[in-house]
Design a protein around this ligand. Structure first.
Ligand code: HEM
Length: 274
């Protein structure tokens, strides 16, 4: 597993550069779209216009309405998978973000960090492989003690629950995509759509991404229980690969979701959506 160390040291900077280029392209396209004249909104003198919704109510509507009105009735297995998976992944990513900030703080002040390959708690090993093994291995005893001190136990407990939730949810997502049930309608949505069924479809990109995510969850679990020595480096390689895929696949929503919620909530607020 330690063979991944030299690979990670070369792969990480290249992957991060390609990721930054992807983000710059996506954000650039967004800015270009914003610079075009806006489409006319709701007429402001509409007779009996319904009152504007509050931002929070509109954002909640955006998130919950399509799910309760449509998705959960159409394809409950996928929806419960997505819900459990997101409860897990959002907690785990928050932990990674916190760990990144803490490690960057240590590096900025020239303070020592642990060396994951040797298990030494005080070192100046600032290679990509070591920094990423600290961040992606934040659930392991050495790294969590370094990052969170007396709160390490609580951090590990909370993130264990998150990992199990992600595993359960992702298994449901994986089953859905293996069976080609993405976009399927397997139950009645409402009276008007009674007995309407759609088989769903198989999409290779969904299956590949879900498999990558499934593997990353398992490497996280195996590194936490220390079942395979050094597996944290494989975990980091897959983690960096997910970062690399983010701007180029639907995983972009991991970063873009506040922007899309903002626009969707604005439309609901103005009652542009029935
Ligand atoms: C408004 C918020 C969000 C919505 C509506 C949303 C919705 C979705 C949906 C519908 C899928 C696809 C499931 C599938 O058919 O395969 C998905 C996948 C995914 N989401 Fe989100 N998501 C949101 C926020 C986030 C956030 C904040 C993160 C992480 C920080 C995240 C991480 C992921 C990942 C990693 C996958 C891939 C899972 C897989 O395919 O195995 N999402 N999300």
């Amino acid at each position: 597993m330690h063979a991944f160390i030299p690979f990670l040291d070369v792969y990480t900077p290249i992957a991060l550069l390609i990721t930054i280029a992807g983000f710059a392209h996506k954000v650039g396209m967004h800015v270009v779209r914003l610079s075009r004249p806006p489409t006319p909104g709701l007429a402001i003198n509409l007779l009996d216009a319904p009152p504007k919704l509050g931002w929070l109510a509109a954002a909640w509507d955006v998130l919950s309405f399509p799910v309760t009105r449509f998705n959960v009735r159409a394809n409950p297995v996928l929806v419960w998978g997505v819900v459990f998976y997101h409860m897990g992944i959002i907690t785990i990513i928050t932990g990674y973000a916190l760990s990144t900030l803490l490690v960057c703080g240590y590096l900025a002040f020239g303070l020592p960090i642990p060396d994951v390959s040797t298990g030494i708690p005080v070192s100046y090993n600032i290679s990509y492989s070591n920094v990423f093994a600290i961040i992606f291995g934040n659930g392991e005893p050495l790294q969590s003690m370094f990052l969170f001190g007396p709160l390490a136990g609580a951090f590990r407990l909370v993130t264990w629950l998150a990992v199990l939730s992600a595993l359960f949810g992702n298994s449901l997502i994986l089953i859905t995509h293996i069976l080609g049930r993405g976009g399927a309608i397997v139950g009645d949505i409402d009276k008007a759509a009674k007995k309407i069924r759609i088989k769903g479809m198989f999409t290779a990109s969904h299956l590949v991404i879900t498999l990558v995510v499934y593997t990353i969850i398992w490497t996280e679990i195996l590194s936490r229980i220390d079942a395979v020595h050094g597996i944290v480096y494989l975990h980091s390689v897959i983690g960096v690969t997910l970062i690399l895929m983010m701007p180029y696949t639907y995983l972009f929503h991991m970063m873009y979701f506040p922007v899309s919620i903002f626009y969707a909530a604005r439309r609901r607020r103005e009652r542009c959506i029935a």
